[in-house]
Design a protein around this ligand. Structure first.
Ligand code: ZN
Length: 115
């Protein structure tokens, strides 16, 4: 399961970051999840609970912020946020683009905890 290995990586990163910042208790992880990351939000939440079991951050919550797909259209020289990630086309001129600016990321951006 794809999400489980991602959950393990997030847990590992959170534990290392907590140690570096001398946090005793981690309450939550805030994660940015792009709609085009290929990760299913519910599956990641489920996997996260499994991945934290028996670790020092067991019981921590996973807070997921979904990031919409943002593209750059070279025809219009404009950035657009797409409401639907598929197809990846400029909403104004309808030309295809492979310049994805946001929406593919899986990023741990904040740890909520006590020092
Ligand atoms: Zn365009």
């Amino acid at each position: 399961m794809h999400e489980l290995s991602i959950a393990h990586s997030l847990v590992q990163l959170a534990i290392e970051t907590a140690e570096q910042n001398h946090l005793k208790k981690i309450e939550a992880l805030r994660v940015k999840l792009g709609v085009f990351s290929g990760v299913v939000k519910e599956a990641l939440e489920f996997s996260f609970d499994i991945a934290t079991e028996g670790t020092s951050i067991e019981g921590a919550h996973l807070i997921i912020e979904e990031i919409p797909l943002k593209i750059f259209c070279s025809q219009c020289s404009q950035e657009y946020v797409l409401e639907k990630p598929i197809p990846i086309k400029c909403p104004r001129c309808n030309s295809g683009t492979d310049q994805i600016l946001e929406g593919k990321e899986i990023e741990l951006y904040e740890l909520v905890g006590e020092g």
